[in-house]
Design a protein around this ligand. Structure first.
Ligand code: CA
Ligand code: ZN
Length: 203
């Protein structure tokens, strides 16, 4: 695997972040399981699952990249790349702002979805991923990281496919929670609530 060395200003060498390493290795797991197509919503789900396992492996926070930010960004108050807990803490790349609602920050709800063309970040894979990320945070905050990991891993390996969109991802996570913990379980209820919380509702 190849990681960037960073520019020494915004980033130090990216392999210094356990969450970044876990994110990249999870892409290998995804490619060999659901193989979510790396564009638009399926690509954002791919990115989100890499972030989810990033914060499950590096469980000191719900932020991605908090160990690899360089002096220049730290001085500006930029302490990580993305946050699952509070996506809107961090700005998106300047080039992406025009496709959103004007806030210029990562989205945490479908109301804030960035409508990006394929030429720009493969249709927003690193941006709209924050919506699924935040659902995962809401679930994990409720039932714990271990149960969240079990649910997401089952969804990835049993239910998600190359063309799964956000609605399909809700179905996959909820069904996995029901399979593992039961229809009336707290885990199943929390999973439904997590997706409701980001505006992805039962079809
Ligand atoms: Ca982290
Ligand atoms: Zn990635």
């Amino acid at each position: 695997m190849a990681y960037g060395n960073g520019d020494g200003q915004q980033f130090i060498p990216l392999s210094a972040g356990l969450d970044v390493a876990a994110h990249e290795i999870t892409h290998g797991v995804i490619t060999n399981t659901a193989n979510l197509m790396y564009r638009f919503e399926s690509g954002a789900v791919n990115e989100s699952i890499a972030d989810i396992f990033g914060v499950l492996v590096d469980d000191s926070s719900w932020d991605i990249g908090d160990d690899i930010i360089g002096e220049a960004w730290l001085a500006e108050g930029r302490t990580a790349l993305r946050s699952l807990e509070e996506p809107g803490k961090f700005p998106v790349n300047d080039a992406y702002v025009e496709y959103g609602n004007g806030s210029g920050v990562f989205p945490a709800h479908m109301d804030e979805f960035y409508d990006m063309p394929i030429q720009v970040d493969n249709g927003g894979v690193h941006v709209n991923s924050s919506i699924i990320n935040h659902a995962a945070f809401l679930i994990g905050d409720d039932i714990g990281r271990e149960a969240l990991g079990n649910i997401v891993y089952r969804a990835l390996t049993v239910y998600l496919t190359p063309i799964s969109n956000f609605d399909d991802t809700r179905f996959a996570f909820v069904q996995s929670a029901v399979d593992l913990y039961g229809e009336g379980s707290e885990e199943a209820t929390s999973t439904r609530n997590g997706f409701d919380g980001v505006g992805i509702y039962e079809e």
